[in-house]
Design a protein. Structure first.
Length: 179
């Protein structure tokens, strides 16, 4: 959207003959160039996908996100987009769609659920990039109801071999009884 500014071209022909006016407008051309650049940056920062560092920092401030020093712009953008577009109701299909957006495809995770007997959901994440694991934890804490036990299994692969795995399980047990 950045334009090449030439103010002299906007003058009517009878005024374009005067050198003083031409020189004054030519001196103002760089200022209008800066104005166009600022307007273009402002427009790009209105949208998460095209925002630069400053624009993403504004979105993070609105959402209360504190980025770490090692986060890249793409990781920060994915985190902002994940939290900005949280919509209810949450279903397995919605969770799968959000994980697909966050991890970049269906082949990066698998979901197994048993809601008839154990109220358990197991998410296995296959990745070589650990930068989005905290965002996965946040997504599950926001999406999954509190009465469902959620297990997250991280499996990182190198040369087709699994060399690390971990399971996270968290539960709060509350006993309610009559007197």
């Amino acid at each position: 959207m950045i334009r090449e500014v030439d103010l002299v071209s906007y003058l009517p022909p009878f005024l374009a003959e005067y050198k003083e006016i031409n020189m004054a407008l030519a001196a103002e051309n760089p200022e209008f160039g800066f104005l166009w650049e600022a307007a273009d940056r402002m427009l790009r920062n209105e949208f998460i996908l095209s925002a630069d560092e400053y624009g993403i920092s504004r979105f993070e401030k609105m959402l209360g996100i504190l980025p770490s020093a090692s986060d890249t712009l793409e990781n920060r953008r994915a985190r902002v987009q994940n939290r900005w577009f949280n919509t209810a109701p949450y279903t397995i299909r919605t969770l799968t769609r959000k994980l697909r957006e966050l991890l970049g495809g269906d082949h990066n995770f698998s979901i197994w659920s048993d809601f008839e007997k154990t109220y358990q959901l197991i998410l296995t994440v296959y990745t070589t990039n650990d930068s989005r694991l905290e965002e996965i934890k946040y997504l599950l804490s926001a999406v999954i109801p509190a009465d469902i036990v959620t297990d997250i299994i991280y499996e990182s692969a190198h040369d087709g071999k699994i060399y690390r795995g971990a399971v996270m399980r968290e539960a709060d047990i509350i006993e309610i009884g009559q007197r």
